[in-house]
Design a protein around this ligand. Sequence first.
Ligand SMILES: NC(=O)C1=CN([C@@H]2O[C@H](COP(=O)(O)OP(=O)(O)OC[C@H]3O[C@@H](n4cnc5c(N)ncnc54)[C@H](O)[C@@H]3O)[C@@H](O)[C@H]2O)C=CC1
Ligand SMILES: O=C(OP(=O)(O)O)[C@H](O)COP(=O)(O)O
Length: 354
Amino acid sequence: MIHVGVNGYGTIGKRVADAVAAQPDMTVSGVAKTRPNYEAETAVRRGYDLYAAIDDRADAFADAGLDVAGGLEELIEASDIVVDCCPSDIGPKNRPVYEDRDTPAIFQGGEGADIADVSFNARSNFEDARDADYVRVVSCNTTALSRVIAPLEEEYGIEKVRVTLVRRSGDPSETGRGPVNDVLPDPVSIPSHHGPDVNTIFPDVDIDTLALKAPTTLMHTHSLNVTLESEPDESAILDLLADESRIFTIPETADIDGAGKLKDYALDSGRPRGDLWENCVWAESVGMEGPDLYLFQNVHQESDVIPENIDAIRAMVTDVDAAASIDRTNEALDVGLESLFDAHDDREAVPVDD
Ligand SMILES: NC(=O)C1=CN([C@@H]2O[C@H](COP(=O)(O)OP(=O)(O)OC[C@H]3O[C@@H](n4cnc5c(N)ncnc54)[C@H](O)[C@@H]3O)[C@@H](O)[C@H]2O)C=CC1
Ligand SMILES: O=C(OP(=O)(O)O)[C@H](O)COP(=O)(O)O
């Protein structure tokens, strides 16, 4: 059993903890919080041992009626590996704390690539993280781009990738963020940080990215143009993407036109917190013009990196290979919306009277 500590229990941390708890080979050793807010209360309710991330705040937890099992040092002692889910830029302060205790750690995509020895995406470079002590799971957008680039690169070769990212302005719980009434080029000059970040996974892929921020909270939207080294037809591309376990190709019959219905579908499907761990690619958007592939995809920023964190843990502290880890993670979380639609295909059509 791998004992996993989670330091920073916010949007990403609470999902990582639940995903760890769902794995047959992992257990949550505890979660560290800075303050006793509603998330700390639900962590206790979910049965996780709570640790005070900052030692002199332990009394605040006691005052709020929440028992803590110790400070960050004790959480690290209780853990084989720590998943650091603190806000961007806290990671560099935390890495020496993990190093002092010889404990491997995973950082998140808001940190610079130099926080870790390896930037990670399970589908693309699982083995690079084998036995590494410090790994960074790339951001939600870079994760989604890597999941599309990997199969295209392997099957057809890639000459050039061009992506426009329409980013959500903040997560639903981030009440202070904006814009609330504008669409901002962000950054206004190219490239956005996403292209260089993709190159931490695919150093040889030629990619340009532009990004905007829009007044929505649910998901990011990507418009992709990939110039391939051959000219497959659209159905071959659709088959290729549909075979990827972490890509959901939205069928026309689903009648899903955007993030609102995608999230509604996730909630109706019983997904925890309405999470969508898969890239959501509109099948109808997949088009070829000569060697140029075009498509639209949506990315649930709060959850697509969660299965990647689980696979990173296995790459770092077990000898399980990429395919077996991805399968195990997918099965434990029930990743793979596509399969629900496949099941429908097996049913006989209901005759309808005119
Ligand atoms: N929210 C998102 O859409 C995504 C975020 N990420 C990355 O994941 C990381 C975490 O982001 P979120 O979960 O969104 O942030 P968040 O703000 O929701 O959660 C961070 C948590 O860490 C706590 N914290 C603050 N300082 C701390 C410290 N010194 N020690 C322990 N805990 C501390 C905060 O109180 C909060 O509970 C960032 O690097 C971010 O860029 C990656 C993919 C998507
Ligand atoms: O990692 C993310 O996005 P990114 O791939 O644009 O860096 C998350 O959506 C967090 O983005 P934020 O920095 O707008 O909170």
